[in-house]
Design a protein around this ligand. Structure first.
Ligand code: 2HA
Ligand code: ZN
Length: 277
């Protein structure tokens, strides 16, 4: 048995392939990380390198991720190639006891580093771990076309985006009742965008990056992928309506309807984004 045959690696590889098939990962676009459960990390340890890589400082720190392990996509690697050669395009990282550095314990066999967005992923993991009381495992970043297109049209506020998405597909208020955060355009890859995004992730499980893409989180790969998929599909409907209607919307879901959905499906809707009754 190879490490890439294990259930968790298979699920990770499948998620990369599915994202590629959706058209969300041109070239080396996007990145995915999974915080291994302690027992999963233990089961994978026999496959780890004898001589691990050097510790590399991240420029960010998290108390609640000290000594953890992550599966991560590689910097500059293509999601498209992950199923063909997971050992060259993915890695497993160990976080040091200080919670401020990583080292590669498996993967990237032809060389390389974890995703350039690892500092963002790491801080988002820390925040989501805290907010979800340890349930969150996944941070996923992609470049879906329609959600990016929306950032050229709507004001860059959580309220504008959340309302537009909730009203573009009836299931949306159930899938993301808290709404989505929105970050202004920023240079990707650094500590600044990491701090802004993780600030949004205190409130939302998804954050739009203006003119760039979308960050989502979730307790497992299916849920995180499903959230990305649902938001992008709603964005596609929104953009189709805008395009076909020349900016005119004939009718939409009323705020009272969103409250009714939340009540019937047993979710707590973020009232801040609905107009007063
Ligand atoms: O990994 O998507 O934001 C490439 C990117 C950076
Ligand atoms: Zn990106």
């Amino acid at each position: 048995m190879k490490i890439t045959d294990t259930e968790i690696l298979q699920a990770f590889i499948r998620t990369c392939e599915d994202g590629w098939l959706q058209g969300w990962h041109e070239r080396n676009g996007g990145n995915l990380t999974y915080l291994l459960k302690a027992e999963e990390a233990e089961a994978l340890k026999p496959f780890f390198r004898e001589a691990c890589g050097e510790w590399v400082q991240m420029g960010v720190q998290a108390e609640n991720l000290r000594g953890t392990y992550f599966i991560a996509t590689g910097s500059g690697k293509y999601f498209r190639n992950v199923p063909l050669a997971p050992e060259d395009n993915l890695c497993i990282l160990e976080i040091n006891d200080a919670g401020d550095s990583w080292r590669i314990v498996w993967g990237l066999e032809k060389g390389g580093r974890p995703t350039s967005e690892f500092p963002s992923h790491f801080l988002n993991h820390s925040v989501r771990k805290e907010v979800t009381k340890g349930e969150n495992r996944v941070i996923y970043h992609a470049h879906p076309v329609n959600i990016v297109a929306m950032t050229y049209i709507l004001p860059l506020t959580a309220r504008d985006f959340t309302r537009a998405l909730w009203k573009s597909e009836t299931e949306c208020p159930v899938v993301f009742p808290q709404g989505v955060g929105v970050a202004p355009w920023m240079v990707p890859g650094g500590a600044e965008i990491a701090h802004v995004t993780s600030g949004l992730m205190k409130t939302y499980d998804a954050a739009v990056w203006a003119h760039h893409g979308l960050f989502v989180s979730g307790p497992d790969l299916d849920t995180a992928f499903g959230l990305m998929h649902t938001i992008e599909k709603a964005a596609e409907i929104y953009m189709l309506v805008q395009s076909a209607g020349g900016g005119r919307t004939g009718q939409t879901i009323p705020d009272s309807g969103i409250r009714d959905i939340a009540r019937d499906f047993g979710v707590t809707i973020n009232e801040a984004f609905l107009n007063a009754e």
